[in-house]
Design a protein around this ligand. Structure first.
Ligand code: GLU
Length: 548
């Protein structure tokens, strides 16, 4: 085959040169050891939690080293693309504060190494495709879909490996005339890589997460350009990661199987192979066994889920750090107030088999994260959530912001802050008692207490309650009620001889708590009453007395 001649026939319009491209995208001027990485998702309209996990890994590794993180949209597979998908993608990563230094935006892009959408880079790919043909490293294949299906069936029948290789690679060594004839007849073609590998050979490879691997060489003549001239992922990523000067590729380990081909491809193109970090999938427990977190089966696989449920952005971020780096949790315990980006992230601490997603643990992390926030932050973030997902709550909580912030201040700020809220969705159940329009008595008194005792306690409380009392004076009055009704006011005395009392002071508190808050559990009662004010407290106590 006359390679030069075929190259001209296949790519008559290539005018750019490799040299021009090398100059257009110069080596980046970065400090020694700086890492350049990227997030390179396909715009399918669905953003998986695993995408965020990989983006955070890439972001941490790049930025901690003084390097660059960029966003490249891999839109070469138009069948999978849905309208608005890029917007969804860009919005999600932005919402989760993944900071890109350059890359695609919903409208346009920023940075000097673009275009950052693969569909806009066709002319660039063709420069390299043409060169590979000239060097005899790639060739056109005119097989039809039916021929390929038939080939697959025959391979199945004769129990041979699937694929376009060896004797099956029927367009590999055709004459110039045969190729020209097909082209003149307007037959569609794909461009295939001419593999020089053999499955008899093993190659050694070191992945930064998986460690030392021994892989079987690739012998398949894989497709580089599809019949519409658009590259496959394999070819596009090699060209892009070279020209965008990527030093570290962080991607899912489903790409390990084609890594031998990628290694060949970089070498055929004369590009330096980047470092690879292949990340295992996010797993979850399903009964006794583990399985992949699935887009189809698990709502929690979708990033949108976390926003709807009201997980603070920071909670998800800290949870992902917890499962990415085994030492993050200890670090967080030792440094409860330090911003998470001061944690020294290391890919060496990542689990080669992938991380286990555990919702209970995420809720726990989230409770801790929220407990460390200021009342102001809790107010801002939860009202932002309510604005979108609970408009009734939004109206109530924003009517008087200072009042709502006072609610969020209860038990906050000390060494052991209260951990009542894990999700913004739970805010309603936490603050509803402070709003008359939501107030409701949810719980009941246990029938082990006499109604008369409850009534008497409430009547006495209403009689003596003074909003000006400090918490000590307030509690002394509750103790007095306990003594008056034959309930122990002193817990030590109660523990010594419980049988001589009807109960103790905590039961009296509970009588009042249920009347005032409608619940058996509530934040600190004294603080609650201070916020509600005299009138509301007395009104609720009187209503309870009437209902008994
Ligand atoms: N578009 C590929 C994917 O979504 C990207 C893999 C990579 O990061 O290179 O799996």
């Amino acid at each position: 085959m006359d390679y030069n001649y075929i190259a001209e026939l296949l790519f008559p319009n290539v005018t750019l040169t490799e040299q021009e491209l090398e100059e257009r995208y110069p080596q980046r001027q970065l400090p020694e050891g700086a890492i350049v990485s990227r997030m390179a998702p396909s715009p399918t309209g669905f953003v998986h939690l695993g995408n965020l996990l990989m983006a955070i890994t890439a972001e941490r590794i790049a930025h901690q080293s003084g390097g660059i993180l960029y966003l490249r949209v891999e839109d070469t597979d138009q069948k999978r693309e849905v309208p608005g998908a890029i917007q969804i993608l860009v919005d999600s990563v932005k919402y989760y504060n993944v900071n890109f230094d350059e890359g695609a935006l919903a409208e346009g892009e920023f940075g000097n190494y673009g275009p950052y959408r693969q569909r806009m880079r066709e002319d660039i790919y063709h420069v390299y495709a043409k060169r590979l043909v000239k060097e005899g490293k790639a060739y056109p294949c005119f097989c039809t879909e039916e021929e390929l299906v038939k080939m697959h069936e025959e391979q199945e029948k004769s129990k041979e490996n699937f694929g376009y290789y060896g004797k099956w690679a029927i367009w590999r060594d055709r004459s110039t005339e045969e190729v020209e004839e097909q082209l003149q007849a307007g037959k569609p073609w794909v461009l295939r890589f001419r593999s020089t590998g053999s499955i008899e050979n093993k190659i050694k490879f070191t992945d930064y997460i998986k460690g030392n691997l021994e892989l079987t060489e690739n012998d398949v003549d894989m497709v580089l350009l599809k019949s519409d001239g658009i590259p496959t992922y394999h070819f596009a990523h090699a060209v892009d990661d070279h020209l965008m000067r990527t030093t570290h590729v962080i991607r899912g380990d489903e790409w390990l199987s084609t890594l031998p081909f990628h290694i060949q491809l970089f070498s055929a193109l004369g590009f330096k192979l980047p470092k690879y970090l292949h990340i295992g999938p996010l797993m979850k427990m399903d009964g006794e066994s583990k399985r992949k977190l699935s887009k189809r089966k698990d709502p929690e696989a979708a990033l949108t889920y976390y926003k709807q449920e009201g997980y603070p952005v920071k909670s998800l971020y800290e949870y992902l750090l917890t499962i990415l780096n085994s030492n993050f949790e200890d670090w967080r315990r030792a440094n409860p107030l330090t911003p998470a980006d001061e944690f020294k992230f290391s890919y060496k601490k990542m689990n080669p088999a992938g991380s286990l997603f555990d919702n209970a643990k995420l809720l726990d992390v989230s409770k801790n994260v929220i407990s460390r926030m200021s009342a102001e932050d809790v107010y801002e973030q939860s009202s932002e959530w309510a604005k979108e997902f609970d408009s009734e709550l939004y109206v109530a909580m924003t009517k008087n912001p200072e009042y709502t912030k006072a609610i969020f201040s209860i038990g906050r700020g000390g060494k052991n802050p209260r951990k009542d809220i894990a999700l913004w969705k739970e805010v309603r159940g936490y603050i509803d008692l402070f709003y008359d329009e939501f107030f409701k008595v949810y719980d009941e008194y246990s029938d082990k207490f006499g109604t008369n005792d409850i009534k008497s306690a409430l009547v006495e409380f209403a009689k003596t309650f003074n909003i000006e009392d400090d918490s000590n004076a307030w509690f002394e009055k509750i103790k007095d009620i306990a003594d008056m009704l034959g309930y122990a006011s002193d817990m030590k005395a109660y523990k010594l001889n419980p049988e001589i009392y009807k109960g103790n002071v905590s039961d009296i508190s509970m009588f009042i708590r249920l009347a005032v808050t409608g619940k058996l559990n509530s934040p600190d009662m004294y603080s609650v009453m201070q916020i509600l004010g005299y009138d509301v407290v007395i009104k609720r106590v009187n209503e309870m007395i009437k209902s008994l």
